[in-house]
Design a protein around this ligand. Structure first.
Ligand SMILES: Nc1nc2c(ncn2[C@@H]2O[C@H](COP(=O)(O)OP(=O)(O)OP(=O)(O)O)[C@@H](O)[C@H]2O)c(=O)[nH]1
Length: 366
């Protein structure tokens, strides 16, 4: 059984059909830092990477010439990850420091993320380190208009990579960037053509880094105020697919009672799971305020919490949560959070709204 700190980080590489996932992955695989990585491609006969997979078939794990392990998924991702772990533990393949899962272009990333976070056996050995989404600048807007999966791929991304920039006009690029920012104000935005994008570092998202035993909270949050402002500015001109998607944060100064946190998360995921596209949090708990908890989830599936040995930035010990929701308003979630924290409510209209809510828990006074 692996200790929490030994969990292997998994990066999901997604993006719509033809966006440039394989092209980017092929570049990244040339980085010597990738020799300790395993790549899982959940699409057989993927064009871009075909030449690397000459002898592979089924779920066989093969070692590439540059030392990276590679396999294709025909069955379930969970089985493939379990096989990989078994192969490592029995010494059939060498240990890996990172796994990359390249999804098919049509994939909704949520089930892929959930396969890593939600299966107890898998979650013991692997932890999701984020989603990298490639967006084709030429076709991006049209794809977002026509495919809800593409909108989700962008909304849940930790990093957005723009491909084929040289083929698009500056005006098109600006419109697309505004659309992406409205959908996902906090993701790092990078140019596929940049040399730095084609390196292993692009796959590191800092949700939890086993090497440093820490989390890059600054990255998740971005510059909140600027982003929220930008988000509202663009909210009026977004398409029907993205109009209901919101990204917001909750910040709390006082450490939180573990039971209150449990109840808040439970209610959120059980009653509103399908509207919760993504949540990431670093939480100060009242029982161990010096050792924050890292939580993250997709819809109703949450990763087993990771207790950090210390705060990433000792000067900032606030609880911070980032939520990406669909059809779940910011005010509703914030009210719920305040209610579980037992915060006195000044706004009686809000309190009434919460009490009237069918989700109010019998016997629980807000
Ligand atoms: N000009 C230009 N072409 C690119 C870029 N990235 C990818 N392409 C081209 O776009 C096409 C699709 O790229 P792939 O890397 O196969 O895209 P993919 O996302 O893996 O595609 P699927 O696996 O079919 O979903 C190929 O012809 C690439 O050469 C880029 O940044 N600039």
């Amino acid at each position: 059984m692996s200790a929490v700190a030994d969990r292997i980080p998994v990066t999901i590489l997604t993006g719509f059909l033809g966006a440039g996932k394989s092209t980017l992955l092929n570049r990244i695989l040339k980085d010597p830092a990738m020799k300790d990585a395993a790549v899982i491609i959940n699409e057989f006969g993927d064009v871009g990477i075909d030449h690397l997979l000459v002898e592979s078939s089924g779920d066989a794990i093969i070692e590439l010439s540059d030392g990276c392990l590679c396999c294709t998924v025909r069955g379930e991702l969970v089985d493939t990850l379990a096989n990989l772990m078994d192969a490592i533990q029995t010494g059939r393949v060498k240990p890996v420091k990172r796994v990359v899962v390249e999804t098919t272009g049509l994939a909704d990333p949520a089930p892929v993320m959930q396969a890593i976070m939600g299966n107890p056996v898998i979650a013991e050995s692997f932890s999701l380190d984020g989603v990298v989404t490639v967006v084709d600048v030429v076709n991006g807007l049209r794809t977002l208009d026509n495919h809800a999966e593409a909108v989700r791929q962008v909304a849940v991304a930790d990093r957005l990579i723009l491909s084929k920039k040289t083929l698009a006009s500056p005006a098109l690029l600006r419109t697309l960037e505004a659309r992406l920012r409205a959908l996902n104000p906090r993701a790092a935005l990078a140019d596929a053509d940049d040399a730095a994008t084609g390196t292993a570092a692009t796959l590191v998202n800092g949700l939890y880094d086993p090497a440093t035993k820490s989390a890059d909270v600054g990255r998740w949050l971005g510059d909140e105020d600027a982003h929220d402002h930008e988000h509202h500015q663009h909210a009026h001109d977004v398409n029907r697919h993205d109009a209901s998607i919101r990204s917001f944060s909750i910040v709390e100064d006082k450490p939180i009672d573990p039971m209150a946190l449990d109840m808040f998360i439970d209610l959120l995921r059980s009653a509103h799971g399908e509207k919760l596209l993504r949540m990431k949090a670093i939480v100060a708990m009242s029982d161990r305020p010096d050792r924050p908890l890292v939580l993250h989830g997709v819809q109703s599936i949450f990763h087993p919490p990771i207790r950090l040995p210390a705060w990433p930035d000792p000067a900032d010990r606030r609880t911070r949560m980032v939520l990406i929701t669909r059809d779940l308003p910011e005010a509703f979630v914030k009210d719920l959070f305040d209610a579980f924290l037992g915060k006195p409510r000044i706004d009686t209209a809000d309190r009434a709204a919460l009490n009237d809510n069918p989700l109010a828990i019998p016997g629980m006074r807000f």
